[in-house]
Ligand binder design. Structure first.
Ligand code: NAD
Length: 271
């Protein structure tokens, strides 16, 4: 789409971090924003800030791991606002640490929020996107979807799956003649939101800001880009991963500090 004016954008996990920045950027570009989050007060606060600045927004509470909650959210959006033109699957969680020291429930929760919910929310809202004259699906994956991530094995693999899902849907929509629904997969390295507090960013990369990621995503939607890869080194990672022999790739990853970046992860304090 070439303009976001008169478009409606739903952002899961819109109450915090990258989702909150996306909400502000999309609203600033003229879109009406549906801030969707499991944290009702966070979603309401983002809505209030947007409307206080003259933007258009509403807040919807939903747990994206619960299909009935997603269905209720969709009904609420249709009743109170109308069909969406852009869906951003952004909600995500991480539980870092040595694999066996992280309880199984947390590993499985990571897949529920980061992967299964992306499938479920897309399944619920894709009919609305298909019915619009032009529409866009944005899936927030991660640079860790291209590499192994020690101490973040289920987080990284949940994002590998999102990249595969997102690319497959993009090609499927095009092959079914639904070229009016574009798809963008977003793969940033570490972003300063609190989710990855304690990590050491790999060499030649620095922590991105959520505002920078939001700018790149809005631009990608307007330019119909299939990928957002940031910073630049993320763009060459899949190539290196594909062509280098395993021991050489492992040595490069070690040299850049990819293998150790999560070793010092603490994240946000557990509630
Ligand atoms: P964040 O923790 O600041 O925000 C995540 C939001 O998702 C929160 O508002 C939370 O309430 C919401 N959420 C969590 N579980 C939910 C559920 N079951 N239902 C509905 N909402 C739920 O995190 P962030 O750093 O802004 O991350 C946003 C996305 O970007 C995630 O998918 C994350 O994996 C991805 N990402 C983050 C980084 C980073 O370094 N922060 C890097 C690459 C990709």
């Amino acid at each position: 789409m070439t303009s976001l004016a008169a478009k409606r954008v739903l952002i899961t996990g819109g109450g915090s971090g990258i989702g909150r920045s996306l909400a502000h950027r999309f609203a600033g570009a003229g879109a009406e924003v549906v801030v969707c989050d499991i944290d009702a007060s966070a979603a309401r606060e983002v809505r209030a800030r947007i409307t206080a600045r003259g933007g258009r927004a509403c807040a919807v509470t939903a747990d994206v791991t619960d299909a009935s909650s997603i269905a209720r959210a969709r009904q609420q959006v249709l009743a109170e606002a109308g069909p969406i033109d852009v869906l951003v699957n952004n909600a995500g969680i991480v539980h870092g640490g040595p694999f066996l020291q992280v309880p199984l429930s947390r590993h499985l929760a990571t897949y529920h929020v980061n992967t299964l919910a992306v499938v479920a929310v897309t399944h619920a809202f894709l009919p609305d996107l298909l019915a619009r004259p032009e529409a866009h699906l944005v899936n927030i994956a991660s640079a860790s979807g291209f590499v192994g991530l020690p101490y973040g094995s289920t987080y990284a693999s949940s994002k590998w799956a999102v990249i595969g899902f997102s690319e497959s849907i993009r090609m499927e929509l095009a092959s079914l003649g639904h070229a009016h629904v574009r798809v963008t997969t977003v793969c940033p390295s570490y972003v300063r939101t609190g989710m990855f507090d304690g990590v050491r960013a790999p060499r030649l990369t620095r922590m991105l800001t959520p505002e920078r990621v939001a700018d790149l995503v809005v631009r990608a939607v307007l330019k119909k880009r299939a990928f957002v890869l940031a910073p630049w080194i993320v763009g060459v990672t899949p190539l290196l991963n594909a062509i280098l022999p395993r021991p050489v790739f492992d040595a490069v990853a070690r040299a850049f500090g990819v293998n150790t970046s999560m070793a010092s992860w603490r994240g946000r304090p557990q509630l």
